[in-house]
Structures are given as C-alpha cells and as structure tokens.
Design a binder for this molecule. Structure first.
Ligand code: ATP
Ligand code: MG
Length: 225
C-alpha cells in the first residue's frame, strides 16, 4: 500500500544542519500494524509526519497506492490527508472550545453531510466508548477519555492509514492498555496502523516492529505468533 524509497530529511537552521531521516526504505502493506521504536531524537516523529505528508522529505519517493505523493501540490495533499489518513498524537490535540462530538466531527472534514455525518460520529464515539461524553468539553474528560475521543476523530472518516505518535505517552498504565486494545481491535477490523512508542510491551502488540537510530531504520522484526 505504501512505499518510502530512499527518503532523506535534513533540517537547516542557523547554520546547524540536522539529518532527521537517512536512506529510509520502508514498505507498509494494507492491514499491517507497525510499531516504530528508538531513542529520543532518532527521527520517529519525522518518519510519521513524512508518512502523514505534513513533513516533506528533502529527497526520495513516497508512493501511496499508485500515487506519487512527492509530486503532489499542497491542495491535493490536504485533500489526500482528509480522505486517507487519521492522526493520533501524544497530547490528544482536541480543540478545547468544541464538544467531544464536534471534535470527532472534525475528522470528517467536508465529507458526509446531515444525518450521515451524525451517524458516523456517533458510531465512532461508540466504538471507543465515549458516546456518554458527547456533549462534554475536552477539559471535563480524563486523559484516557480524551485520547479515545481523539481516536474517534481519527477513525470517523474511515481512513486507509492511522498514524499514532506515542498515543499512550501521556496515559497511565490502565488507560494506555485501553487505548492499545482499541488500536488492536481497529487493526483486526482491517485498519492499517503505524504507531510510534517508547513502550516495548505496546510495541509487542503490533505485528511488526522497526527500530530507528540516528535517522536510520536499523532493525525490523515480525512478532512471533
Ligand atoms: N522542525 C525542526 N527543525 C530542526 N530540527 C528538527 C525539527 N524537527 C525535528 N528536528 C530534529 O530532527 C531529529 C529527529 O526528531 P524527531 O522529532 O523525529 O525525533 P523522535 O524520534 O520523534 O524523538 P522523541 O522520542 O523525543 O519524540 C532531532 O534531532 C530533532 O532535533
Ligand atoms: Mg517524537
């Protein structure tokens, strides 16, 4: 489904040059659950943001299905993201002024209208068990509930690929497990997931794990079943 070929990402600021990604070759098949691990600063978020097309590689190719994303303009990329991708972040990134159901509806962007919109939003909230908090605001929810709401927002549009950057990083053990169980269930239903994590036990819930160091992928292993 996805192929990164020889991706490089260099940041240049005040004469300091950082290479965040080096020689990245990575293929992700439809239905995979891939965990990305590695020490702080090794390029995990840059890799995820590259997959999410919110960060552009300095060089290399990014193929999604038969589309070459490197050749796509900003407008087309924004449309692509809205239709194909769902994002989950460590810090939830919900909008404080909107209720949970309004936050979840943001994941639909311009797609679906009227009744269909409401049905999709309530189905997504049901799936992650936060329907009873639909009219609440983010600050009225626990961290675990906020992250589940963020997952509902990510999946409401039926994305082809879910990108999660340390989705359990700000959660206690119990809430972290709950979020992992939701991600695993989504994967079993067919969602393709790429997840960055610092937790070896959460990485073990993925089918494949890659390890990064200094901008490179240094190991790739399938979980023994
Ligand atoms: N916007 C930027 N400008 C300059 N350098 C950047 C920028 N974003 C990331 N970097 C650098 O790129 C490298 C990789 O950063 P990245 O955020 O991908 O690491 P990470 O593996 O996600 O780390 P962590 O586990 O701490 O989240 C780091 O050296 C970082 O300082
Ligand atoms: Mg990071």
């Amino acid at each position: 489904m996805i192929r990164l070929e020889q991706i490089q990402r260099r940041y240049v600021s005040d004469e300091v040059e950082t290479t965040a990604l080096r020689d990245i070759d990575l293929a992700v098949s439809a239905g995979e659950f891939l965990a990305v691990m590695g020490p702080s600063g090794c390029g995990k978020s840059t890799l995820l943001n590259t997959l999410g097309t919110v960060d552009r590689p300095t060089s290399g190719r990014y193929l999604f299905g038969d589309q070459d994303l490197a050749a796509m303009g900003e407008k087309a990329l924004a449309r692509f993201r809205g239709a194909m991708l769902g994002f989950v972040f460590q810090s939830f990134n919900l909008i404080d002024e909107l209720t949970i159901e309004e936050n979840v509806a943001l994941g639909l962007a311009y797609r679906a209208n009227g009744g269909d919109r409401r049905t999709r939003v309530s189905q997504a909230m049901d799936k992650v068990g936060i329907a009873h908090r639909a009219r609440h605001f983010p600050h009225q929810l626990s961290g675990g509930q906020q992250q589940r709401a963020a997952i509902a927002r990510a999946i409401v549009g039926d994305p082809k690929l879910i990108l999660a950057d340390e989705p359990t990083g700000n959660l206690d053990t119990a809430n972290g497990e709950q979020v992992m169980n939701i991600l695993q269930a989504l994967n079993e239903e067919g969602a393709t997931i790429v997840m960055v994590t610092h937790s070896p036990s959460h990485a073990d819930m993925a089918r494949r794990r890659i390890d990064m160091l200094d901008g490179r992928i240094v190991a790739s292993a399938m979980r023994a079943i």
